[in-house]
Write a protein that binds this ligand. Structure first.
Ligand code: ZN
Length: 254
């Protein structure tokens, strides 16, 4: 008999409210709160959340912690964005590129800041792909072309890795968040996410997970993350995700 795996589909920016608006659902699901320490510029921040979820504790990225300077910079940037002045920053080089995700401001590689040994993945035979804060070489705010390429890889990996011997898999895509920031329609990405999750749920335990929402209306991060599964669980905040994973992995071992 085929051995059951736990597959975590990590979709950055999948918004719990928009999920219900589009009438998508998983058998068990919840809106998760996000601790304030994982915010940056008054919004939940990608680089702070993913690693914290998988470590089960607050692990803000050293470069992305809230300060008054940061808050003011974001206020100023918001005003400029409203005036139609958008840019892409690579260190001190400021470029005006249409192809680029303009929301993040920086296209630098952000290396892992969470020790892999502290994450749930180190306890099992695991495979992870592109998780911000956990893997080296994750690029925050890369070009749309690059994000599109990674999205293709995300889908291929989800299909191929089901044939592998890994027992715990977490595959990440930045696509919903980037598309929403760029004010592009995200409906087909949501549809695809739920289609993949339900398809994989026929033979596997599945978690569909986001770090925060990214509203298709405001094009900005919302205060809640999403978790949808094909098994019962208990969770209130993003920091409970590690326990959800652990308890289902322990059940599988029995
Ligand atoms: Zn994010």
């Amino acid at each position: 008999m085929k051995k059951e795996k736990l597959i975590i589909i990590c979709m950055d920016g999948l918004d719990p409210d928009y999920i219900s608006e589009l009438k998508h659902s998983m058998p068990y699901e919840k809106k998760l709160t996000i601790p304030r320490s994982l915010y940056y510029g008054n919004k939940p921040h990608t680089m702070n959340i993913w690693g914290s979820m998988f470590a089960g504790k607050e692990k803000p990225h050293p470069k992305f912690q809230v300060s008054e300077t940061v808050k003011n910079r974001f206020r100023f940037r918001k005003i400029l964005h409203k005036l139609g002045i958008k840019w892409h920053r690579d260190g001190w080089n400021i470029k005006k590129e249409r192809e680029t995700h303009v929301g993040s401001g920086s296209g630098k590689v952000h290396n892992a800041h969470v020790d892999y040994k502290e994450t749930i993945f180190s306890q099992y035979h695991s495979f992870i792909f592109d998780i911000p804060g956990v893997v080296d070489g994750f690029i925050l705010g890369g070009s749309l072309k690059q994000v599109n390429q990674n999205y293709k890889l995300f889908k291929i990996l989800l299909n191929c890795l089901t044939l592998s011997s890994y027992e715990l898999l977490a595959i990440y895509t930045h696509q919903p968040d980037i598309q929403s920031h760029m004010e592009l329609n995200c409906d087909s990405i949501y549809k695809e996410g739920f289609f993949i999750a339900k398809d994989l749920a026929r033979d596997n335990k599945v978690i569909l997970l986001s770090d925060h929402g990214c509203s298709p209306y405001t094009h900005n991060h919302t205060d809640y993350a999403y978790i949808g599964t094909n098994f019962p669980f208990e969770a209130t905040t993003v920091l409970d995700v590690k326990n959800v994973i652990q308890s289902i992995m322990e059940q599988k071992e029995e």
